[in-house]
Design a protein around this ligand. Structure first.
Ligand SMILES: [Zn+2]
Length: 139
């Protein structure tokens, strides 16, 4: 299961951040490129499995769709492109190089330790975190 392996790799990074701050993880935000070969829905499903027993257990995964960016070999501009049509938006040429859109990036990690990271009001995670979440014990 490819997505589970991706989640585990992601969680290695997330956990090392959490351990540095001696905190548990509230929310993880990543961006997934349409050409990354990772299916966001499957990733979302695999995430709680990969989280079990880690500092990220009960945390939320937010997945942003990353744009596809190409650089044109003809006019040298960098533009957004459709995942299935890697054309230069500036001059329309097809001779482009992929700049972004095939990667999975860790955007941010919110920890349960300080009030600053709890600025997200709609915390509805496991009761493990309910005591640190403001008003979030209606799970
Ligand atoms: Zn161009």
């Amino acid at each position: 299961m490819h997505e589970l392996a991706v989640c585990q790799a992601l969680l290695e990074k997330v956990e090392s951040i959490a351990l540095q701050h001696a905190a548990t993880v509230n929310t993880v935000r990543i961006s997934v490129g349409p050409l990354s070969g990772v299916e966001p829905a499957l990733l979302q499903r695999a995430y709680p499995l990969a989280c079990a027993g880690t500092a990220a257990q009960g945390s939320r995964l937010l997945i942003d769709a990353a744009p596809v960016r190409v650089r044109c070999r003809i006019c040298d501009s960098e533009t957004d492109a459709q995942p299935n049509r890697l054309l230069c938006s500036s001059c329309g040429d097809w001779r482009t190089d992929l700049v972004a859109g095939d990667d999975l990036l860790l955007i941010s990690v919110e920890l349960n330790k300080t009030s600053a990271v709890l600025s997200l009001a709609s915390v509805s995670v496991a009761d493990l975190h309910a005591r640190t979440a403001p008003g979030g014990n209606d799970v």
